[in-house]
Write a protein that binds this ligand. Sequence first.
Ligand code: X2X
Length: 339
Amino acid sequence: MIQVTRRSVLRTLSAVSAAGVASALPVRAQTAEFQMKYGNNLPVTHPLNVRAQEAVDRILKESKGRVDIKIFPNNQLGGDTDMLSQVRSGGIDFFTPSALVIATLVPVAAINAVGFAFSDYNQVWSAMDGPLGAHVRAAIGKSRLYAFDKMWDNGFRQTTSSKAPVASAKDLDGLKIRVPVSPLSISMFKGLGASPASLQFSEVYSSLQTKIVDAQENPLPIIQVAKLYEVQKYCSLTNHIWDGYWFIANGRRWESLPADLKTIVATAINEAGLQQREDIKKLNESVVGDLQSKGLAINRPAADTFRAKLREAGFYGEWKGRFGDEAWGLLEQTVGKLA
Ligand code: X2X
């Protein structure tokens, strides 16, 4: 019989757990020449984080350990407003703000979010991979940030509520709805007769749960991964805004990378972005059924009453003036006349 003493058990246990921890750790260069931080606002299960992790692994490998990017998902470093100021100051090196969010710094960046402008993804990517996207990237560059070429997908934004389905514009009347920290979103929902409140995404779940607001609007994949169906009853497929994420870097930090490393990083991030777009496309095919099975009641309102109300409110004319003729013209090149 083998004598098992308390001490030998403890010794064995600590050896096992040390080995377990070591093998669970990613192979990380302790002394990478460029140790960088990337923050974002989404749960790790969202395709943005899945593909970003692949890009970061690829960059570590292809740079032979010289560039080591650590991801801080899910608002770990603070909400969007905090991360935007951190990427400007160099506290973090990369950030993926939604177009709506970076527009608080670079106003023209909200142009893709003009209500009911894009009718499908062909229009979206031809504009954002074309002259409109180039125009916005140049504007971001003037704020000493670098924007990678390929925008990542957030999606067409949909409206959820704990009160009632939104079937036409009149159902938005007085609705207390959370929108991102975005002047365009506030203007649009006021134009639609709602009562919008700006909150960072980090506050959305709890503000719906505690009924500070009754409604919110986000693309379906976010409603799914952030479990907003737990605190909402109705989901109306309003498709009112197309929203995407700009992958941005602190300008000075980006410029400090040697050319060969810039190529490695940009290639990995842009290619991951293209794959992330495909992930969202696939997810869009299954997510309605999934959300229904989780208890959300789905309805599909037509866009006409919303558009008419925005026209009446002078929304398009106002935002044409704010974005300027050049950017507005580039948008209309793809989507046709708006105002
Ligand atoms: O805050 C939101 O609603 C989100 C997650 O869609 C953005 O990043 C704008």
